[in-house]
Design a binder for this molecule. Structure first.
Ligand code: GTP
Ligand code: MG
Length: 311
């Protein structure tokens, strides 16, 4: 991979400033805005434009693929069971690999519980709705509970210690760290069959760090980059991508409108499932599928109990 220092106009000092601000690779620079880059690297606007243009030329920005290659890849898509029949049916069989599924809802609506359940279920063989794989759990709120995994794994007759070994957990200290952990996940996936990546919560750090109207564009751009890398990870590894997003009943400036995809429309409809979760009577939960690419809108009722997610 190319070093930041290979970019014209970037010496060791500027490179360090960029890295400190989280611009650790060419892609991050390639998709940044000149004003953002000028501010963090402490260079003029025209230099920033030059740096960005060079980064765009040097970075692997995705490029074109032939249709038959895409079709082949799409044939490989798999479904991961939630543990609830009705929930699976809502999703056409379960969480889809090579796509991002966003769980959004209020506190306590079950986002983290579902994420834990997927980390267990992904280890099941394919004939039981799993993907016979490991998971990566990017935890931003110290929300991962091994003892909960033990309960859920035991309910499937798995060896709890083994189940825990197949879940790779990292705590993200801030949004830049969170983004870098996706690159780390790529290293883990080289050595292990990772079929699920969770980010719980996708939006927490971004929400805390970027406050005020003037920061919205930068925020959205960072989130887009983050989502793109997650999607790339999912495609490379045929993995399910599950991200959570806490939304409150009262709207806020940026994240408040739950009908709007977090990553904006850049991620694209074909790669995004959005599930709105809410609590119901008697410990029941309701999941509603919103503007899905090829599935009808609908709702599923499920339970969160001792053994995990069930009908
Ligand atoms: P935030 O992260 O605060 O936005 O909430 P969340 O949507 O992630 O909620 P979470 O998935 O943590 O759901 C919490 C709820 O799950 C609790 O209120 C319980 O109803 C249920 N729950 C969590 N752990 C257990 C458990 O061990 N047994 C049972 N029966 N229910 C549990
Ligand atoms: Mg949670």
């Amino acid at each position: 991979m190319t070093d930041l220092e290979d970019l014209p106009g970037v010496g060791p000092t500027t490179a360090q400033k960029l890295r400190d601000a989280g611009f650790s690779d060419l892609m991050a620079i390639a998709v940044s805005s000149p004003s953002e880059l000028a501010a963090v690297a402490e260079v003029g606007d025209s230099t920033a434009v030059k740096i960005i243009n060079s980064a765009r030329q040097m970075a692997d920005v995705g490029g074109f693929e032939r249709g038959d290659v895409i079709l082949e890849r799409m044939k490989d898509r798999r479904k991961l069971t939630t543990g609830s029949k009705s929930f699976d049916e809502l999703l056409g069989g379960g969480f889809e690999s090579q796509a991002i599924t966003e769980l959004f809802g209020e506190f306590g609506s079950g986002k983290t519980q579902i994420a834990h359940q997927l980390c267990v279920n992904v280890q099941l063989p394919e004939d039981q709705g799993g993907l016979a794989g490991h998971s990566v759990f990017i935890d931003t709120e110290n929300t991962f509970r091994p003892e909960r995994i033990v309960q859920m794994a035991s309910a499937h007759g798995m060896e709890p210690e083994e189940a825990l070994k197949n879940i790779h957990v990292a705590l993200a200290y801030n949004s830049n760290h969170q983004m870098m952990l996706v690159e780390k996940a790529e290293e883990i996936a080289k050595e292990n069959p990772v079929r699920l990546i969770v980010v719980d919560s996708l939006t927490g750090h971004f929400r805390a760090e970027y406050v005020g109207r003037g920061t919205l564009a930068d925020r959205q751009q960072k989130l887009n980059t983050h989502m793109h890398r997650l999607l790339k990870f999912g495609r490379l590894n045929n993995a399910v991508i599950c991200v959570t997003n806490q939304v409150s009943a009262k709207p806020d400036a940026f994240f408040g409108d739950p009908t709007r995809p977090i990553g904006g429309h850049i991620v694209g409809h074909t790669a995004m499932f959005r599930l709105y979760l809410r609590k119901s009577k008697g410990g029941k939960r309701i999941a509603r599928l919103i503007d899905s690419p090829h599935l009808p809108e609908g709702e599923a009722v499920f339970m969160v109990n001792e053994d995990g997610i069930q009908d």
